[in-house]
Write a protein that binds this ligand. Structure first.
Ligand SMILES: Cc1cc2nc3c(=O)[nH]c(=O)nc-3n(C[C@H](O)[C@H](O)[C@H](O)COP(=O)(O)O)c2cc1C
Length: 209
């Protein structure tokens, strides 16, 4: 591999409007290497594998979903295990979760590490972001930017770092503020807090599917 280049893979199920996309933009801003981006959501697995042949590094960016990796990432892993590229890029991870504690993502990171082990790909750096839904829209965004810059510099220099960042507030305050945020969000869309606490989605119960 001659030129060093980073392929940023966005694994968010809502890729075009995702927080992951905003994190990717910050990474690109701070990265000293050439970067290109791809959303896994609708990507053809063959096209992903082809692009992987031409890069030295991958930055996999995704949200934590049900304590694990979201479906677009799982699908890409399955396809790549079935038809592995010849090239073995170093894979770094930026995972963001809705809860305050970045450690919520430890299991998801372990899943990515297992994938790398099976593929024979080196693991690069890891950044876990807590309060990932909110931090970029708060004054605390400076903390997130700073850590993304540290991640970008580590990837650029080929260093292997484990990084974490979250909002520096108490769990109690976070819970209060986030409950108010989602309750207000629901109200703007005509949904009460009680309705949000049920399994019903847009008028259909899970059994109806
Ligand atoms: C279906 C679903 C499951 C989620 N599961 C978790 C979870 O287990 N833990 C957590 O901290 N956040 C969870 N979240 C919150 C997301 O990780 C968070 O909103 C994130 O910022 C979304 O990133 P994105 O916009 O890049 O998709 C979940 C969100 C959704 C929609």
């Amino acid at each position: 591999m001659g030129v060093k280049k980073v392929l940023i893979l966005n694994g968010s199920p809502r890729a075009p409007r995702s927080n992951s996309r905003r994190y990717a933009a910050l990474f690109t801003q701070f990265c000293g290497l050439e970067t290109e981006s791809m959303d896994l959501l609708r990507a053809d697995p063959k096209a992903v594998a082809e692009r992987l042949e031409a890069v030295s590094d991958v930055l996999l960016i995704f949200p934590l979903y049900a304590d694990a990796i979201p479906v677009p990432v799982l699908r890409a892993f399955k396809a790549l295990e079935e038809a592995p590229p010849q090239n073995r890029p170093t894979l770094s991870v930026l995972v963001n979760c809705g809860f305050l504690e970045p450690e919520q993502s430890d299991v998801a990171v372990a899943m990515v590490e297992l994938f790398c082990k099976r593929m024979g790909w080196p693991v690069g750096s890891v950044l876990e972001i807590g309060s990932g839904e909110a931090i970029l829209d708060q004054p605390f965004r400076v903390f997130a930017r700073w850590k993304i810059r540290t991640l970008a510099r580590a990837v650029t220099a080929g260093r292997h770092r484990r990084l974490k960042v979250t909002m520096p507030i108490s769990k109690k305050f976070f819970l209060k503020a986030s409950t108010k945020y989602w309750t207000d969000y629901g109200a703007r869309n005509g949904i009460t807090a009680e309705q949000m606490a049920t399994m019903e989605i847009e008028g259909s119960l899970p059994d109806d599917r």
